[in-house]
Design a binder for this molecule. Structure first.
Ligand code: ARG
Length: 465
């Protein structure tokens, strides 16, 4: 980045240049250069509208288009010289444009301010980012669906209070995350609608005196609405906050999943193994294989929450309209988008590489009296009031525990001592497969219900895109 003492675009009314320290403190170019594509895209749409309205000439427009094409190429190839003196992405590009095409470059900013320009850039940038994240969510969902399909009938313990509660299938458990991610996708789609509105035309804060056509710009840029108040247009960052809150929820879901993967991978559970490429060893303990990726996902969740709180705090004290505070919106947004993209991409690969250990899942189920509720339901169906059934089963569980056996291993005659209504058919409900099969309703864990849920989720994705 060069740092020569050239004149600033706005320096006409200043007696002395800003100090080096202030320059570094106030410049955003070290991070907002990332907006360059969208800055050029917005400028071209603005210039085309200016020419259409006769505010600039068609020659000027042609010069601007030519200059911008070259600038894009220079940035792409790394030849573009970024300058701290030009403060931000907008002035860096405008300065270079003017150097390349002269007065036409100086006319580009007619009827516009950096305030509506930057608001436009971020919306365009975030819209693309949202679309990329939505598609990564789809990829992760597909990986989960594929694994769920293989394990639609694989029994594992379902937990409450982290204690074995009732049998579920592993496929059913995975499908819970498909649902969470679907809501994430919906939230991002919804937030995209409010992101996709055009601020340009608001100029600094009060609108402009030129005969602009805001809808023409909106159409060129693919915005579906206009920001309807010029003060709000330049100062609104709600869409960024909405995005960060949707992003926080995505991370929260992946953090919960990470916590489960970490637990399932411990030798105590032994339910799964993660592929080696997602784990690391210990420099001192040769036996260890650590689940670094899920742990980092859990850790990075905190950082995305932090960005949400930073952005809310950034906005809470700002009077209308634009204030320089707003420049602080970018780094949290950029970092949250990067974190989500990386996390979702790595997660999809990790899920595809999960090795499931069904024997360990079944063994854990057999130790936990997981079909006790099924026995109670069985008694109710035989006419025993539920509260009495609950009590009877509690006694049977105690007896089984004393003998170190599972409920299904207690002989019929012993079970009948707890309740004479119990008959030979009780063993159908005491088995894991019987317990699973009995929950065949929509949203239930029976293998056929899980298959139906998978088909439903796949159709939903196909329909929504
Ligand atoms: N770099 C600035 C930002 O990110 C652009 C807008 C500057 N506007 C101004 N009035 N200083 O917010």
């Amino acid at each position: 980045m060069t740092n020569d003492a050239t004149h600033k675009t706005w320096s006409g009314r200043f007696d002395e240049p800003v100090s080096e320290r202030v320059k570094r403190y106030t410049a955003s170019i070290p991070f907002d250069w990332r907006l360059w594509r969208h800055d050029i895209q917005g400028s071209l749409a603005h210039a085309r509208m200016l020419a259409k309205q006769g505010i600039i000439s068609t020659e000027d427009l042609a010069a601007i288009e030519r200059g911008m094409a070259q600038i894009a190429q220079e940035i792409e190839s790394g030849a573009f010289e970024w300058s701290l003196d030009d403060e931000d992405i907008h002035l860096n590009i405008e300065r270079r444009l003017t150097a390349l095409v002269g007065d036409a470059g100086k006319r580009l900013h007619t009827g516009r301010s950096r305030n509506d320009q930057v608001a436009t850039d971020i919306r365009l940038w975030l819209r693309d980012a949202i679309d990329e994240i939505r598609s990564r969510i789809r990829t992760l969902q597909t990986a989960l669906l594929d694994l769920a399909e293989q394990h639609a009938a694989t029994p594992m313990p379902g937990f409450t209070h982290l204690q074995v509660a009732q049998p579920v299938t592993f496929g059913h458990h995975l499908m819970a995350y498909v649902e969470m991610l679907e809501r994430d996708w919906e939230r991002l789609t919804d937030c995209r609608r409010r992101t996709n509105r055009l601020p340009l035309g608001a100029a600094a804060l009060a609108g402009t005196t030129y005969p602009i056509d805001r809808w023409a710009v909106a159409e060129t840029l693919g915005f579906e609405e206009l920001c309807r108040n010029s003060l709000d247009a330049v100062s609104d960052r709600d869409f960024a906050i909405e995005f960060l809150s949707a992003a926080s929820l995505v991370m929260m879901h992946l953090s919960r999943f990470s916590e489960e993967l970490i637990l399932w991978m411990t030798p105590r559970f032994g339910f799964i193994d993660l592929a080696d490429r997602f784990c690391t060893g210990s420099s001192i303990m040769p036996q260890k294989k650590n689940p670094d990726v899920p742990e980092l996902v859990r850790g990075k969740t905190g950082r995305v929450y932090g960005h949400l709180v930073a952005m809310l705090t950034l906005m809470k004290g700002q009077p209308l309209a634009y204030n320089k505070d707003n420049q602080e919106d970018k780094e949290p947004l950029f970092d949250a988008v990067d974190t989500l993209n990386d996390t979702l991409a790595i997660y999809a690969e990790m899920v595809a590489g999960i090795r499931v250990k069904p024997e360990a899942m079944r063994a854990a189920l057999q130790e936990g009296f997981a079909t006790a509720t099924d026995l109670a339901d069985y008694l109710v169906k035989k006419g025993v009031p539920f509260r009495d059934a609950h009590e009877i089963v509690a006694r049977a569980v105690r007896a089984a525990e004393r003998q170190g056996v599972d409920l299904a291993e207690i002989p019929l005659t012993t079970l009948q001592q707890f309740c004479p209504q119990i008959e030979e058919d009780v063993y159908e409900v005491l088995t894991i497969e019987g317990s699973l099969a009995a929950r065949a309703h929509i949203g239930g864990t029976a293998p056929e219900a899980v298959q139906a849920a998978i088909a439903h989720a796949r159709a939903r994705i196909a329909q929504r895109g």
